[in-house]
Design a protein around this ligand. Structure first.
Ligand code: ADP
Ligand code: ASP
Ligand code: MG
Length: 426
């Protein structure tokens, strides 16, 4: 079997859904499990609905978006049934919890697409992934219980496929052991796909998105990016960890464990080669790609103790909040850390403030150059620094072998820095 995951833009309009279903139709002999995200922007809208429960105009907008797409794709009884099913989901909003509200996007898109596939001659079973994706922890950013998934997924998939040509299910969503709703965190459908692929022993996991595979940098920010034909799990994880939004950072983990290749493909250009991500043990030295994070916080901690003592006090607090710093620097009695911004950072700062002076600077962004053994070409990297406005570069962090060279810049310079470095180095 194979897993095919389609992201928000690949299912975000009638044309996109037609194209996507055409791609699925060409893979039926491989017993596909299709994992879909919510239609593009729908999860954002659901966050607003959950945060503004009295605002019916938001729910109206959600309903209209789905009715419009359904009406363009279906007719007659198929359309009526589809609207009935979608109404049940929409009428339940905002529902018992924020995670329940947010889960509605994937339930809606999968309901609609399953109907469309069946109406177009692809016998499709709609599978409720919440019965297999058992999660734990924070319901808005939960972690999978993989043993439970491995126990449940094969039975559920085989039963669903026994009466169909394809199985269609949802990314992102699941349930806690007590049955309440939980989700994997933003962009989590990629992670769902690789968790399911690993649990089912897929021969490959296809991530279908809106660009020609993984590129040297984010094509939305930088011109002239190139697609990477083949990269390793390690490089893909590094890129994602340092902010390349093309894959959820945890996507590679299950695939590494089970050694299943991940392909990143473009649903707007299905004939393209895309990027193959595997465990290849050989990787050429050199520069690979550029990642960035625009929402980071620089935390400065000081006061009374030595840097080592401060670190020993600060790390337990960060780790208890699930925060892991990207860059670190210290001087006598002071430590500097870059952290991805989230409400957890404020609560960590408050706790640290009980034993040290702490300040947060939210005006920075972080750039990371990823490569292998780039110490050989250190001079080339350094030459690119003028592009980064050298007097405005903070906290350079440089590993030794498999290198991530990271630094912070003022947020307003991020895009020009990325363009400058990409032009110089890639
Ligand atoms: P999906 O809805 O399919 O999950 P996403 O928007 O989550 O799609 O991810 C695809 C986007 O990731 C692309 O449109 C692109 O702008 C962005 N991106 C960031 N860094 C990279 C990169 N290095 N290579 C390719 N795309 C990237
Ligand atoms: N729909 C979810 C989100 O927007 C999950 C995903 O698209 O991967 O975050
Ligand atoms: Mg995504």
């Amino acid at each position: 079997m194979i897993v095919m995951k389609f992201g928000g833009t690949s299912v975000g309009s009638p044309e996109a859904i037609r194209r996507t279903v055409g791609i699925i139709g060409g893979r039926l002999s491989e017993r596909p499990l299709v994992v879909v995200s919510a239609m593009s922007k729908v999860t954002d809208l659901l966050y607003s609905i959950a945060d503004n429960p009295g605002d019916s105009s938001l729910v109206d907008a959600l309903r209209k978006r789905h009715y419009d797409v359904a009406s363009a794709l279906l007719s007659g009884e198929d359309l009526e049934r589809c609207i009935e099913d979608m109404d049940v989901l929409i009428d339940a909003l905002p529902g018992p919890s924020k995670a329940a509200a947010i889960s509605t996007g994937e339930l809606l898109s999968s309901t609609l697409i399953a109907r469309y596939m069946n109406a177009n001659g692809i016998r499709t079973s709609w599978m409720d992934v919440r019965d297999t994706m058992v999660l734990e922890g924070d319901p808005m950013k939960a972690a999978p219980i993989t043993d439970e998934l491995s126990r449940r997924a094969p039975k559920a998939f085989d039963a669903a496929l026994s009466r169909a040509d394809a199985v269609l299910t949802q990314g992102f969503i699941g349930r806690l052991a007590d049955g309440s709703a939980a989700v994997l965190g933003r962009g989590g459908s990629d992670y769902s796909a690789s968790l399911l692929g690993s649990a089912l022993g897929a021969s490959r996991i296809e991530i279908w998105t809106d660009v020609d595979g993984v590129k040297t940098a984010d094509p939305r920010k930088v011109e002239g990016t190139r697609s990477l034909d083949a990269i390793t799990f390690e490089q893909a994880s590094e890129m994602a960890h340092f902010g390349a939004k093309v894959l959820h950072p945890l996507t590679m983990q299950p695939a590494v464990r089970t050694n299943i290749p991940i392909l990143v493909l473009n649903s707007m250009n299905p004939a393209g080669k895309g990027t193959t991500i595997t465990a290849a043990d050989f990787m050429e030295d050199g520069l690979k790609s550029l990642s960035s994070k625009d929402k980071i916080v620089v935390m400065t901690v000081s006061g009374g103790s030595s840097a080592s003592r401060l670190l020993s006090l600060v790390f337990p607090v960060l780790s208890s909040k699930g925060i892991s710093p990207d860059m670190m620097a210290s001087s006598e009695g002071k430590v500097f850390l870059t952290l991805e911004d989230s409400p957890a950072v404020d609560s960590a700062a408050e706790e640290i403030g009980r034993f040290a002076d702490v300040s947060l600077d939210r005006g920075r962004a972080q750039v990371t150059i990823i490569g292998k053994n780039i110490s050989d070409i250190r001079s080339k990297v350094i030459k690119a620094y003028p592009a980064a406005a050298p007097e405005k570069v903070y906290m350079v962090s440089y590993g030794e072998t498999y290198v991530n060279l990271s630094f912070a810049v003022p947020r307003e310079l991020l895009d020009s820095v990325l363009r400058g470095i990409h032009k110089e180095l890639f």
